[in-house]
Design a protein around this ligand. Structure first.
Ligand SMILES: [Zn+2]
Length: 161
């Protein structure tokens, strides 16, 4: 059973900000949070916040222990992680402004704008996962993904406002 595909509305300025962030942090993976409104599976981004990528050897080891397999490689640029305290801080800020976290963006340096196995393992339902493909330092495709009931990523329409 396929559900009605959702969509995420985002301004060209916010898209540009994510692309710039992805280019600045290249060849490392960048990440950030998207704040806005969620009605059913229709999202609207009001604010984009760049966060620090806290992925490190400790996280890589913890991930390997939980999944029973080593992460793709131990370099920081292979994955992303947002520190819980930073996540909490943004959640507080969102609540104060009557917004909620609707999505998470990150980059794939020299990779496709498609979720990796790691992305699927750490993803939360509801959130949109926007991925920016960066090739040799230049941001290219941006795609959005959402988990379905079977925890499989489905492409989501991006409506540029
Ligand atoms: Zn990824």
């Amino acid at each position: 059973m396929t559900q009605n595909p959702g969509q995420i509305k985002i301004s060209s300025q916010h898209l540009e900000m994510m692309r710039n962030h992805a280019e600045t942090d290249y060849p490392q993976e960048c990440c950030g949070l998207l704040l806005g409104h969620l009605v059913g599976n229709q999202k609207e981004v009001v604010k984009a916040i760049a966060t620090r990528n806290s992925w490190n050897a400790t996280e890589a080891a913890a991930f390997a222990e939980v999944t029973g397999k080593p992460p793709r490689d131990e370099h920081q640029d292979s994955n992303f992680s947002i520190a819980p305290e930073e996540m909490l801080q943004v959640q507080k800020q969102a609540r104060a402004e009557n917004l909620e976290i609707v999505g998470i963006y990150h980059s794939h340096p020299d990779g496709e704008a498609k979720p990796s196995e790691f992305d699927g393992a750490i993803a939360w339902p509801i959130y949109s996962y926007l991925i920016v493909s960066v090739r040799t330092g230049k941001a290219e495709t941006v795609l959005s993904w959402v988990l379905d009931e079977e925890r499989q990523f489905q492409a989501e329409n991006i409506i540029i406002d």
